[in-house]
Design a protein around this ligand. Sequence first.
Ligand code: SF4
Length: 354
Amino acid sequence: MIRTNSTAQVVEFIFSIKLNNLNIHYILFLVPEFLSIFATEIKNSIMVIQSLSIVVPTKGCMNSCRFCVSRMRKDNYPDLISKHMTDEEKFYYTEEYKKRLSFARDNGCNTVMLTGQGEPQQNMSFIKRFYEMNNELAMPFRNIEIQTTGASIHEATIIELRNYGISTISLSVSCLNDIFTNSDIINYGKNPIDVPSLCCLIKKYNINLRLSLNMTDMLFLNNRNHDDNPEFKEIFSFCKSLGADQVTFRKMYMSSKYTPVTPQDQWINEHNIIEYNSSCDWFTLLNKYIIENGKYLDTLEYGNSRYSVDEMSVVVDNDCMSKNSQNKTALKYLILRPNCKLYSKWDDKGSLIF
Ligand code: SF4
């Protein structure tokens, strides 16, 4: 049996024995070996992309969440996909945009997340355009999600989103059981978002509901002191009562691991939930609770395990900016920005793919 390290070497070898008029038998004998090496090489060269994040163009954000990552940096990517253009420019940039969508699909990605530096629903005409562009692809995305705090979303908005193919609404919540505290954290103040009513409406229109829980120290308010066990049972029961299909626990992102640099870092430093008390780490306890009370489902491409707890799909995401990938061929997210370019990192222009 011949073992070689590359397809080129195999091809060269077959070619050389052909030249020497050796028996065709030997060549046929080598074909399975060649195909197996070839298949492995193709597999290794394919990126595994968990989801494609679409940055919906907006002029700022209607909220000012105290932990907002977008406010930590000034990103200056021009909007070439939704601003007014000549017909020729519009055609060119639409094709460029669709090329990047297809690239993600070609690399096995089937989930799109509409997100951005503002609330996606601030630009409904773009969401409609995205829906049209997606439908023009040879292989359209089937699983389309939107990330939102729910601000300014009414019944009519939900119907519109459903009509534009949105299959999951991922509702970002910072305090589960007090809408005023939740609104205070996202600074929406005057008109608190009625999270329970919104969840009801999402379910009414048969859209999957994911609760993306920001791990603040106000995530679940109660009168316990920190000597008790954390309130995981109550949190899962509350999510269930809201009709959640999926729950993601999200660690808040700080721009620096060591010293708070931005006002957002400062807020996170004071309000993250990582240290439960002097001896307990909240994440460790949460993972333990999920393993003991849930059922393992599968492992996502990027390495996070998915469990079923109270018949809700549960993921703990402690790396929302994709900093710690162990799998070097896997990319957690690709990011398609309004400049029609594809990146692999949120905070680094150098991560441009094309
Ligand atoms: S909704 Fe998103 S973009 Fe807007 S302030 Fe909050 S975190 Fe930032």
